[in-house]
Design a protein around this ligand. Structure first.
Ligand SMILES: Nc1nc2c(ncn2[C@@H]2O[C@H](COP(=O)(O)OP(=O)(O)OP(=O)(O)O)[C@@H](O)[C@H]2O)c(=O)[nH]1
Length: 356
C-alpha cells in the first residue's frame, strides 16, 4: 500500500488503480454480486477505439489459444472449399486447443451446416466458433454472489498445489476490500510455510487480518479459529485457503471434510461457497480435478487461472460443457487486476481471435 485510498499494489509493489475496474462490480439487493456485466458490454459499447483494459488483457492473454485456433482456421479455409476433410481438420484443431472432443465435433458440424462445397472466409468460421462457444459458456458465467445475511460469508478455496489458489485468494480479497468489504484470510494450507507467508503478504497488501498457524498445524483447528475471529471482528467475508495434495486423496478428503465439519460448529451453514481453482495449462487434466474436488469438497464454482500461459484455453469450454458448474472468475496474469469476473461473450470472442 502506498497510502493512497483505493490503490493497491501488484506483485512488484507498483501501485495499481482499482477504482475504475471495480466501480460496478457489486449489486446491492441483500446479495452482492461480483459481476462481469459491465465488462461484457464494454467491448461493444466502446466506439472510441480505445479498448477497455480488461478486454486487452483478456485477448492478449488468450493470444496463444486464439493464434492456434485462428491459424488453423485460416490455413484450412483460405485454400479450399469446405468439405469433410476441412471439417475433420477443424475438429482436430479444436481438440488440440482442449475444447473437448464432443464440443469440437459439434462446433465443426455447425461450421459445415449448409456450407459444403462453398468457399467460406476465416472470419465467418471464427464468428460461428465464437457464437457456439458463447452458447456453452453463457449459462455458466455466473457472478460470485456474496450473501450479506451471512456474516461472515465463508469462501473455501480448494485446488491442487500450484493452481493459483493463493494468488486468487489475494486478488479476490483485493476486489472485495476495494468494494468496502471487511475480509479476513485464513492460511489453511498449513503444509507449506511458503503458502502461509504468501497469504500473510496478501493480508498486508489488502489490509485484511490473517489468521495463520505454524507450518504443520491442524488446518481444521485453524479454520475454526478463523471463523470465530472473523465473526468477532464483524467481517463480511472469510476466505479460507486449503492444501491441495492431490497425490494423497484420502488424506486430502479427510482434511477438507474435517475443515467443513469443524467450521459448521461455529456456523452450521458454512462454507457458503467452495471455489475450485483450476490451472488452464494442465489442459484435460482439469476435467479429473473437477471430478475429484466436486466429490471431496462439494465445489460450488470455478476459477480458471493462467489462461495467458497456454494454447489450451479451450479447456474452459470443455469443463463448462461437461459439468455446467458456475465459472466466477478467470485469471490472465499474475497482477492483482488480472483476475476478473468471467464474461462468456468476451471470452468466446477472444478464444476465436475476434477483435473486440
Ligand atoms: N501467468 C499467470 N500466472 C498465474 C496466474 N495465477 C497465478 N499465477 C502464478 O502461479 C503460481 C502459483 O500460484 P499460487 O497462488 O502460489 O498457487 P497455489 O495454488 O496457492 O499453490 P501452492 O501455494 O503451491 O499451493 C504463482 O507464481 C502465481 O503468480 C495467472 O492467471 N496467470
Amino acid at each position: 500500500m502506498h497510502g493512497q485510498a483505493g490503490r493497491l499494489v501488484d506483485h512488484d509493489h507498483q501501485p495499481v488503480p482499482v477504482e475504475d475496474a471495480r466501480k460496478h462490480l457489486f449489486l446491492c439487493h441483500g446479495e452482492s454480486a461480483i459481476t462481469a456485466a459491465d465488462m461484457t458490454d464494454s467491448t461493444d459499447d466502446n466506439d472510441s477505439g480505445a479498448k477497455p483494459s480488461w478486454w486487452r488483457r483478456l485477448s492478449t492473454g488468450l493470444k496463444r489459444t486464439s493464434a492456434s485456433i485462428g491459424g488453423a482456421i485460416a490455413d484450412l479455409v483460405t485454400k479450399r472449399k469446405l468439405d469433410h476433410g476441412v471439417i475433420e481438420e477443424l475438429e482436430e484443431a479444436l481438440i488440440r486447443a482442449d475444447l473437448g472432443v464432443e464440443t469440437a465435433v459439434s462446433i465443426a458440424g455447425k461450421v459445415g451446416e449448409g456450407r459444403y462445397d462453398k468457399q467460406v472466409s476465416a472470419d465467418e468460421v471464427k464468428a460461428i466458433l465464437a457464437a457456439e462457444v458463447e452458447k456453452i459458456l453463457g449459462p455458466v458465467a455466473q457472478p460470485l454472489l456474496i450473501d450479506a445475511s451471512r456474516k461472515p460469508f465463508v469462501v473455501l478455496v480448494v485446488g491442487v498445489n500450484g493452481s493459483g489458489k493463493t494468488t486468487t485468494i489475494g486478488k479476490l480479497a483485493a476486489r472485495l476490500v476495494a468494494e468496502g468489504r471487511k475480509v479476513v484470510l485464513a492460511a489453511g494450507d498449513t503444509f507449506r510455510a511458503a503458502a502461509i507467508e504468501q497469504i500473510k503478504i496478501w493480508g498486508t497488501r489488502t489490509k485484511s487480518p490473517v489468521i495463520a498457524g505454524t507450518q504443520g498445524s491442524d488446518a481444521a483447528g485453524l479454520a475454526y479459529e478463523a471463523l470465530e475471529a472473523a465473526r468477532a471482528q464483524n467481517a463480511d467475508v472469510l476466505i479460507v485457503d486449503t492444501a491441495g495434495r492431490l497425490q494423497n486423496k484420502t488424506a486430502l478428503m479427510g482434511e477438507l471434510e474435517k475443515i467443513v465439519r469443524v467450521m459448521r460448529k461455529v456456523d452450521a451453514t458454512a462454507p457458503h461457497a467452495v471455489l475450485l481453482v483450476l490451472d488452464a495449462t494442465v489442459g484435460q487434466n482439469a476435467i479429473s480435478q473437477v471430478e475429484v474436488f466436486s466429490k471431496i469438497a462439494g465445489v460450488t464454482g470455478l476459477v480458471m487461472t493462467k489462461l495467458d500461459g497456454t494454447a489450451r484455453g479451450g479447456i474452459l469450454v470443455a469443463v463448462a460443457a461437461k459439468f455446467g458448474l458456475p465459472v466466477h472468475f478467470i485469471g490472465v496474469g499474475e497482477g492483482v487486476d488480472d483476475l476478473a469476473p468471467f464474461a462468456a461473450k468476451d471470452f468466446a470472442k477472444a478464444v476465436a481471435g475476434i477483435e473486440g
